[in-house]
Each structure stands twice: as C-alpha cells, then as structure tokens.
Design a protein around this ligand. Structure first.
Ligand SMILES: Nc1ncnc2c1ncn2[C@@H]1O[C@H](COP(=O)(O)OP(=O)(O)OP(=O)(O)O)[C@@H](O)[C@H]1O
Ligand SMILES: [Mg+2]
Length: 245
C-alpha cells in the first residue's frame, strides 16, 4: 500500500526514471510475494520502501535491479524494460543507470576506497564521462563525494576492509552516486547506525543524490525514516495490490 505523497514539488513534467505496472512476483511454486499495481518515480524523486522482515523489500530491489525477472507485469527504468534486454545489454544498462548500495556494502576488501568508488565507471562509459573526462578528474570527483559524505582524506587510500562499518557505508554510497546514475537503490544502508547518525546519514545521502539529480529508492524495516522522504511504499500490509499515489 502507498501512503499519499505530500504535495511537495510538481514532478509531473519530469520523466519517470522508474515505472512499474501490474508487477507480480512469487518464488518458484510458493505464494505470491509482491503485487504492485502501479508505481512511478520521477527523476530526482525519493521514496522509502518499508515492510516487515520477509515482506519482499530486497526482492523488489532485485527485480528493479534486473537480478530477478517478474512473474508478471512490467518494470521500466528510464523507459527501458530491462527484462526485454539480453543479459549483456542488461548488465551494461544497469551499470549506466543504477547506483546500488547493498546491505553488506559489497566493497572489494583489498581495493582502496577511491578505487572502490570508481569501480562502477569501468562498465559504464556515459557514467564515466559524467564523472570526469580524465582519470584525475574522476579521481577528484570520487574524493569530492567521499568528502561530502563525511569520509576524511586519511581513509581514502586505505583498503576497504580497514574501514569501520559506518565508514564503509559512506564509501558504498559514494560508489553508488558517482557519475550521476538515474536511480539509486539502497538496501537497509543504515542498519548499523545509531538513530542520530542514521538520520544524519540519510540526509547526506538524499542531499548528495539531489545534487547529482539521482532518484532514490531506499529500503528499510524502519518506518520512522519516512520523514526524510517525499514518498513511501509499505509492503505486505494488505492483500490487495499496492498502487502508487
Ligand atoms: N532465493 C530465494 N529463494 C526462495 N525464496 C526466497 C529467496 N530469497 C528470498 N526468499 C523469500 O522471499 C521472502 C522475502 O524475502 P526478502 O529478502 O525480499 O525480504 P525482506 O523484506 O528484504 O526482509 P529483511 O527485512 O529481513 O531483509 C522471504 O520469505 C524469503 O524467504
Ligand atoms: Mg532485505
């Protein structure tokens, strides 16, 4: 179920970065897990997805990210249906358009922080160009993002496994934001933080995504984060299909 969106900015003239129509998904022969009738996210908008453990939040992100295919219905990112692309083009499309913050961050442990942040650009030429024409420009962009997210310079050249959990979260968000992808997907990125740091971190993420023009779909079991977001989707509350406001 979608709670009504507050009347913030008029987004009707912005193109949708995400459009979901009649999405249904169930694992194998099990019961239907997700049923979302309609959902649209405009460029630069942000939305919180909440729901109890097991309600399908991570499954939804994996469907949007093209890792899983819907049982029924359509998911479009920037007007492209990923399921209709071959595996190679789908991987390329994801790299260009999506910045993903995994629940466990998935940083490469022995690669330094800057190189972790620059990693998605290797597979996405347009995104790479937006991050900078030369290697040193892209390097400077990675540093600027890390700095804006509160990770100090002394950590930038450390291997990722030498960072604390909170520092890894910042590096993972910088990696998702670099090159201004259309949509950031973030799965419980604040699970390890205390409430004060959690609120600060969400605000940083939203501010930096807005500066990059990236829309944000953030998943959390914690509904108290809703105050930070323009839109909210709650999974698993009712048995009839969810409809976006
Ligand atoms: N690979 C899989 N094969 C079969 N069932 C799965 C698989 N992955 C997840 N599920 C099932 O799908 C349901 C939703 O899982 P999902 O991970 O999307 O929930 P979630 O809302 O993200 O939960 P949490 O808050 O605990 O992360 C669960 O019942 C889970 O057992
Ligand atoms: Mg999950």
């Amino acid at each position: 179920m979608i709670t009504p969106s507050p009347p913030t900015t008029d987004v009707t003239d912005r193109p949708p970065v995400l459009r979901i129509e009649q999405l249904r998904f169930g694992w194998d022969s099990g019961p239907e897990l997700l049923n979302i009738a309609q959902l649209e996210l405009a460029a630069g908008q942000n939305m919180l997805v909440t729901g109890a453990s097991g309600s399908g939040k991570s499954t939804l992100l994996n469907l949007i990210g093209g890792v899983l295919m819907p049982t029924h219905g359509e998911i479009e990112i920037c007007r492209t249906q990923c399921a209709a692309l071959g595996a190679r083009r789908r991987d390329r499309f994801r790299a260009e358009h999506l910045g993903i913050v995994f629940q466990q961050f998935n940083l490469l442990p022995f690669l330094n922080v800057i190189d972790n942040v620059l990693l998605p650009l290797q597979f996405a030429p347009q995104r790479r160009e937006r991050a900078g024409v030369t290697g040193s420009e892209r390097h400077a962009q990675a540093q600027a993002l890390l700095s804006a997210l509160g990770l100090e310079a002394q950590h930038w050249t450390l291997p990722a496994h030498r960072l604390s959990v909170g520092q890894q979260q910042r590096a993972a968000v910088a990696r998702a934001l670099i090159g201004e992808p259309s949509l950031i997907l973030a799965d419980e990125p604040t699970s390890a933080l205390d409430p004060v740091n959690r609120d600060r971190f969400i605000e940083l993420l939203i501010t930096q995504a807005a500066a990059a023009g990236s829309a944000v779909l953030l998943v959390s079991h914690d509904p108290s984060l809703a105050a930070h977001f323009e839109r909210q989707l709650t999974l698993g509350e009712i048995s009839r299909p969810a409809v976006a406001a």
